[in-house]
Design a protein around this ligand. Structure first.
Ligand code: ZN
Length: 416
């Protein structure tokens, strides 16, 4: 049968041969079963120590699911041998196409894991008529392998970020590599406390920490303290994404308050303006653009807060820290005189972190400035999707799989 020829070309294992290949029907489903036999006179490998030993006996046939062909599920059928190992006693043999007690072949697990990078776990399960659990296990295997084989060499810039794990206030701390040439998720820890970030540095190691040159983060005091203690040689940068999120939050607060008081007076000027004010102006549609121009005609606190924020964008384009510093001081004075409390709060915060803010200009061109924002957006999409399964390990695995740029083993054949 042709299937056997193909299997022998792309999926051959030393010490084993393919036997009969059958097309069968089980519960109205067509299945392909490929028998595997040990090559005659071959000795089984002990699953305890990995050494070959004399055979002890043979167990009943086990089925291992393999990559489907033409929408037909494929199973390997093999009767496992037991080994009489001098070191481990009687153990079940180790087979090259599957790990431990898994009912999926390793090749099929990698196949599912690869697809799970392109679409949701549920979609993968549906497309290949397998269970969500099987997809999850496969991704888990891929992440485990990738984490064990990833290289941590040459990391000079990292970004620390936090995202909400669920609606409500459970957070995760994420650490990204943000070197100009390489961007990926390095590490995830629960909460956003000092010990979250301390755990990262413990994992990362003293020597590598001492080679860090830039660290980006929010003005979160827990992170500032840990970075100062663990990588004091690095330039600590408060990045654009986090600063601008503080401004957006302030505007949102002003708008919500003002909208309420206007509504009480029967005015609806601020209704449905939330995204108008939060989106970058260049990302607005033509229609939204017209509405924004209209809105800006009004003398509202919200409008003044918005203009303050937009004016601040200039800050990021300065070249010299000196002139950027002058701009920052003038901006803060203006914000403090605005009599808009949320903006005053932002100004006070920026003043309190003036030198870290100006580090942005010292790191220019050495770190990927948009990386933290890009990762934050993707991480939010992945965790939102993962809300469905809620448990912490699953979210962690989904994030590493999607953003970790993890290595994969070399295969003789690429199935997808
Ligand atoms: Zn053994």
């Amino acid at each position: 049968m042709l299937v056997k020829t193909i299997l022998n070309r792309i999926h051959k294992h030393r010490g084993f041969v393919y036997g009969a290949i059958r097309l069968i029907e089980v519960l109205e489903e067509l299945l392909v079963e490929a028998e595997i036999r040990p090559r005659s006179h071959s000795r089984p490998t002990c699953s305890g120590c990995g050494r070959q030993g004399p055979g002890y006996d043979m167990l009943g046939p086990r089925r291992f699911e393999f990559v489907p062909i033409w929408g037909i599920r494929v199973f390997f059928v093999y009767a496992m041998r037991r080994v009489d190992c001098v070191r481990c006693g009687v153990t079940v043999e180790r087979v090259p196409w599957a790990d431990g007690k898994s009912r999926l072949t390793t090749t099929y697990a990698w196949f599912l894991a690869r697809w799970a990078k392109r679409m949701s776990w549920k979609e993968v399960a549906d497309a290949f008529r397998t269970s969500w659990e099987n997809v999850f296990r496969s991704v888990e295997m891929a992440v485990k392998w990738g984490r064990e084989h990833m290289s941590l060499d040459g990391i000079t810039a990292i970004g620390v970020d936090e995202i909400a794990r669920q609606r409500g206030h459970r957070y995760l701390t994420l650490v990204y590599q943000i070197d100009e040439g390489r961007k990926r998720l390095l590490w995830i820890g629960p909460e956003r406390t000092k010990s979250s970030l301390l755990a990262f540095f413990a994992w990362f190691g003293k020597e590598r920490s001492s080679e860090l040159r830039f660290i980006c983060s929010d003005m979160w005091e827990n992170y500032l303290a840990v970075v100062a203690a663990k990588a004091s040689q690095a330039i600590h940068v408060l990045d654009r994404f986090h600063i601008m999120s503080h401004m957006s939050k302030a505007i949102d607060e002003v708008r919500a308050q003002e909208a309420r008081s206007l509504k009480a007076k029967g005015l609806a000027i601020l209704t449905h303006t939330r995204w108008l004010l939060l989106k970058r102006p260049e990302h607005l549609t033509d229609k939204q653009d017209v509405r924004l121009v209209e809105l800006l005609q009004h003398n509202l606190r919200t409008v003044r807060a918005y203009l303050l924020k937009e004016h601040f964008q200039v800050f990021w384009f300065y070249l010299s820290p000196y002139w950027a510093g002058r701009f920052l001081d003038r901006w803060c004075t203006k914000a403090m005189r605005s009599r808009i409390e949320p903006m005053k709060k932002v100004a006070r915060m920026l003043r309190g972190h003036r030198s870290l803010l100006l580090n942005w200009f010292r790191a220019r061109g050495r770190i990927s400035a948009v990386a933290v924002e890009g990762f934050n957006n993707k991480a939010r999409v992945i965790t939102k999707r993962a809300f469905g399964f809620r448990t912490y390990p699953a979210i962690e695995i989904a994030l590493y799989h999607g953003l970790g740029d993890l290595p994969e083993p070399e295969f003789t054949h690429r199935f997808c």
